[in-house]
Design a protein around this ligand. Structure first.
Ligand code: G1P
Ligand code: ZN
Length: 543
């Protein structure tokens, strides 16, 4: 065994996005492409000599190869130990938990989340820091800077170990510990939720279906929901992770999880339905005949969290990303706790969680989580919902309707225009920014603009400032339209348009969402010139 220093040249397209570096698989398969990025992470991360690194991924195509590369490079870059999920598998929240439990210096998570996988699909590499959360912007900027002047990387010439056997082996001076990917995570869940109460509710007839979408949560959900909580075998569907997710997008929304949505609308629907995404950090929550909007789910979880033993003392505060609906703000106001509005991306919650300012966080993009790890956590949300259902003895729809009655309803929808010409999308945003100053007072139908800005955020803990985080147009009465470009796409640009209208009157809580938002949808096109600039008359996805 010896450590090789390999000459390389920088790639100019290794800038981490909202959630690490994501590209198509063939891009990552170019010689030195993954190696360069991994070396840039190690160089930028200030790893303590002999430190521990956690490694794992969502099992998509190319996962196994890159796990092997990370291990061989970690051995050549001064790590004392890597902790790897068996077969190279770790869900994103389970990786975050392991980093914290093992007091690791950081972790490398291989995933492109909900993007499709396979030889022509997407792949991604993300670095998480010692608190278990995604690297903050200062670190990702250092990584990016390093990718641009890298001339060598270090790698052991040893073979990567067999990942299928739990136990510890050695490469160079480094221990390689292969662990059961589920065990520590399941144990953590048992400390947060009342498994006895959930088990009793399931035995008493609380029926459920969890769709793992052939992605990473299959083994986690089978262990927790079926083995530990007693849901009948088969309650977890599409439970075997596949390298191409069975050809689908492992994205838990009404489009990609349509079979689950249809099942929950059918005559033999279970009481509760849920799904998670490729790497297990997102969730979708359904009840008989109802899909719970992620923004509503965040508000409902925050309002009811005290019913679970891990949160019995109450929550300290709530954070949501700026485009997420303001439903949670109403809960925070009622509970008289802090409410924080951050830019899109889980990394902005890390400081607030570390400082104890918030307990629960969420994003409109199906992400909810708490201070138990530093990532969003799909199964955590599922278990908190089950815990609430078990304690309250009510159905999902009844809980949602009661919530709206108490707090009012924030009608909400996100429209995505995918693979739009990049230049056209950037011009659309520039044009909006150029008009912000003159927008206040303008009237669109019955809507009058009260404020318009490009969202910027000053982190209340470290004072760092993030600008250009999305154009907000706020109307008198509190309705909002937000425009931003996705930072996770791998082809062209994705324009996201977020629409929100508050309705206090319970008699008006039963409208179809698109009807309730009609005027805002038309106004978004008028202000954003979406049709004119992108040539699109309809969004590709409405969530
Ligand atoms: C999307 C979501 C965002 C989420 C991110 C990673 O980012 O909108 O909320 O944190 O994926 O899962 P975007 O593509 O909008 O930049
Ligand atoms: Zn994800």
């Amino acid at each position: 065994m010896s450590i090789l220093t390999v000459e390389t040249r920088p790639f100019d397209n290794q800038k981490p996005g909202t959630s690490g570096l994501r590209k198509k698989v063939p891009h990552f398969q170019q010689p030195n492409y993954a190696e360069n990025f991994i070396q840039a992470i190690f160089d930028a991360a200030d790893v303590p000599e002999g430190g521990t690194l956690v490694v794992g991924g969502d099992g998509r195509f190319f996962n196994r190869e890159v796990v092997g590369t990370v291990i061989r490079m970690a051995a050549a870059n001064g790590f004392g130990r890597v902790v790897v999920g068996r077969d190279g598998l770790l869900s994103t929240p389970a990786a975050s938990n392991l980093i914290r439990q093992r007091k690791a210096a950081g972790g490398i998570i291989l995933s492109a989340s909900h993007n499709p996988g396979g030889p022509d699909g997407d792949f991604g590499i993300k670095y998480n820091v010692a608190n278990g959360g995604p690297a903050p912007e200062g670190v990702t900027e250092r990584i990016y800077a390093r990718t641009r002047d890298l001339s060598q990387y270090r790698i052991s010439d040893a073979q990567a170990p067999d990942l299928s056997q739990p136990g510890t082996t050695r490469i160079e001076a480094m221990d390689v510990e292969i662990v059961d990917p589920v065990a520590d995570y399941a144990a953590l869940m048992e400390t947060l939720f009342d498994f006895d109460a959930i088990r009793a509710a399931i035995a008493g007839g609380l029926t459920l279906r969890f769709d793992a979408m052939h992605a990473i949560t299959g083994p986690y959900a089978t262990e927790i929901l079926e083995r530990r909580l007693g849901a009948p075998a088969g309650s977890v569907v599409n439970a075997v992770p596949l390298e191409d997710f069975g050809g689908g997008h492992p994205d838990p929304n009404v489009v990609w999880a349509a079979p689950l949505v249809d099942h929950l609308r059918s005559a033999n629907a279970p009481a509760f339905g849920a799904a998670s995404d490729g790497d297990g950090d997102r969730n979708m929550i359904l009840g008989k005949g109802i899909v719970v909007t992620p923004s509503d789910s965040l508000a409902i979880l925050a309002a009811n969290a005290h019913l679970a033993k891990g949160y019995a003392g109450g929550i300290s505060g709530i954070a949501r990303s700026m485009p997420t609906s303001q439903a949670a703000d109403r809960v925070a106001a009622k509970l008289k706790i802090g409410m924080f509005e951050t830019p899109t991306g889980w990394k902005f919650f890390g400081n607030l969680l570390d400082a104890g300012k918030v307990t629960i966080c969420g994003e409109e993009s199906s992400g909810t989580g708490s201070d138990h790890v530093r990532e969003k956590d799909g199964l955590w949300a599922v278990l908190l919902w089950l815990n609430i259902l078990a304690v309250r003895g009510m159905g999902v729809a009844d809980i949602v309707h009661e919530h709206w009655k108490t707090y009012g309803r924030n009608y909400y929808q996100r429209h995505d225009y995918e693979e739009v010409d990049k230049k056209a999308a950037e011009d659309l945003m520039d044009s909006l920014r150029g008009r912000l100053a003159s927008m206040a007072g303008q009237r669109f139908g019955t809507l009058v603009v009260s404020e318009a800005d490009d969202f910027s955020y000053k982190d209340p803990v470290d004072g760092s400032v993030s600008t250009g985080q999305g154009v907000r147009i706020i109307f008198s009465g509190g309705s909002r339209i937000v425009f931003r470009l996705s930072g996770t796409g791998t082809k062209g640009a994705t324009l996201r348009v977020y629409l929100e209208r508050f309705e206090a009157n319970p008699d008006k809580h039963g409208l179809p969402v698109e009807e309730a938002l009609k005027e805002l949808i038309d106004t978004a096109d008028a202000i954003g010139e979406i049709r004119k600039r992108t040539g699109r008359s309809e969004p590709d996805v409405r969530t």
